[in-house]
Design a protein around this ligand. Structure first.
Ligand code: R1P
Ligand code: MN
Ligand code: MN
Length: 403
């Protein structure tokens, strides 16, 4: 019986989004952003030599068609990625009016976002009075800190000590439809932070703010502050059935790896494993070994995005890609007859770009397990339709199978 594995490399975009001019980092449009090509070019030019060296080395992803996908999407050169593909490969365009994680994942799962998200476009103060009051009330404090656009690590360096002094939560946003709350795991309390997010989420979801995100951290002014892996996203539930629901309705099991459970508000998901990307890779290998016939395993590897893309760390991003390539190479080898593994992404986050926000890009669609062939230029929702096709279950929505 067939099995499917959908693996999202968070933010590994390949440029060429036709509507990139409508998305911004600050006042600069995303036109020309290309996460993968710009990393490959920096590596080839010797600009990414910390803990790695030379041209970007991704033999396994490139053999599936990664370099070919970048060139198809954008026409940009991809030094180091010049293999003749032996997998099925193509590039996908997003239609949802958002370049964030829920938009990308919902659409990959067959459901383009049917509304405009609510954003907080003002940089400071970012939030209307009604939101800041609701946040302070949910925290049980007289006020909040932040109330601005920020990078999550920069704002801890700036406001971490004041947070410890006042006990007030640090609330910030970005170019995405998010309300993020940073608080010290011990001084403020992890459970208290999660409760605060949980109680605030319905108000913000009603405004069409996509996510309330808990950003717990540890440390002190002396040692500096570090975020922990206890991040938790409270996202709006998808408004219609998606791939996870289709699989369950057909009697299949759905395994989530990483933040997939949060992104889909647990809709259509049987079980979740979480942890660092290194831990998630072990879980994925295990699921390739043990997942049931008819099942879907849906994984997200977030560290490309959270540790390197938003931090504009080209070399760190290259190291993470090279690690991922080594690990996934062995996993692809262990696929069984009847398995389909799709490797793709949810948006871009070009570490060579201005700002600290995501970049609107096309994404790679690399299919292992079904032989070689060019999928060509497809839509995000076609990924869900193709997986449904492979599993022999009905699909809904606008996607078309490329199998
Ligand atoms: O800078 P940090 O806190 O990592 O925030 C990033 O993470 C958010 C959610 O993925 C994005 O909207 C972006 O702002
Ligand atoms: Mn993402
Ligand atoms: Mn992100």
């Amino acid at each position: 019986m067939s099995r499917a594995f959908l693996v999202v490399m968070d933010s590994v975009g390949i440029g060429g989004a036709p509507d990139a001019d409508r998305f911004f980092n600050g006042t600069v449009p995303d036109t020309g952003a290309n996460t993968l090509a710009h990393i490959a070019q920096a590596c080839a030019e010797g600009r990414a030599e910390d803990g790695r060296s030379g041209p970007l080395c991704l033999p396994n992803l490139d053999a599936l068609g990664l370099g070919a996908a970048v060139r198809l999407a954008s026409g940009d050169p991809t030094p180091g990625l010049d293999a003749t593909p032996s997998g099925m490969w193509g590039s996908a365009r997003e239609s949802s009016p958002g370049k964030d994680t829920p938009s990308g994942h919902w659409e990959l799962a067959g459901l383009p976002v049917p509304w405009d998200w609510h954003y907080f476009p003002n940089t400071e103060p970012a939030f209307p009075e009604i939101v800041t009051q609701a946040a302070a009330q949910a925290a049980g404090t007289a006020g909040i800190l932040g109330n601005c656009h920020a990078s999550g690590t920069e704002i801890l360096a700036r406001l971490g000590a004041e947070h410890l002094r006042t006990g007030w939560p640090i609330c910030y946003t970005s170019a995405d439809s998010v309300f993020q709350i940073a608080a010290h795991e011990e001084a403020f309390g992890l459970e208290r932070l999660l409760d605060m997010c949980r109680s605030l989420a319905p108000t913000l979801h009603a405004m069409k703010v996509g996510r309330v995100i808990a950003r717990p951290f540890v440390g002190s002014p002396e040692t500096g502050f570090t975020r922990t892996t206890n991040r938790r996203d409270f996202a709006i539930a998808p408004p219609a059935p998606v791939l996870t629901n289709w699989v369950q309705e057909a009697g299949g099991t759905v395994h989530a790896v990483g933040k997939i459970g949060d992104i889909f508000s647990m809709s259509g998901i049987d079980d979740v494993v979480k942890g660092s990307d290194a831990e998630l890779m072990k879980h994925l290998a295990q699921l390739v070994d043990t997942a049931e016939g008819g099942s879907l395993t849906f994984a997200n590897f977030v560290e490309f995005d959270s540790l390197y893309g938003h931090r504009r760390d080209i070399c760190g991003y290259a190291r993470a890609l090279e690690w991922f390539d080594r690990e996934i190479g062995a996993i692809v080898q262990s696929l069984k007859p009847g398995d389909m593994m799709v490797l793709t992404a949810d948006h871009g986050n070009d570490p060579s770009w201005t700002g600290t926000d995501h970049t609107r890009e096309q994404v790679p669609v690399l299919v292992a397990g079904l032989g070689a062939g060019e999928v060509g230029q497809v839509a995000f929702a076609d990924v869900a339709a193709s997986i449904a096709d492979h599993l022999g279950i009905p699909a809904r929505g606008p996607g078309r199978s490329f199998l």
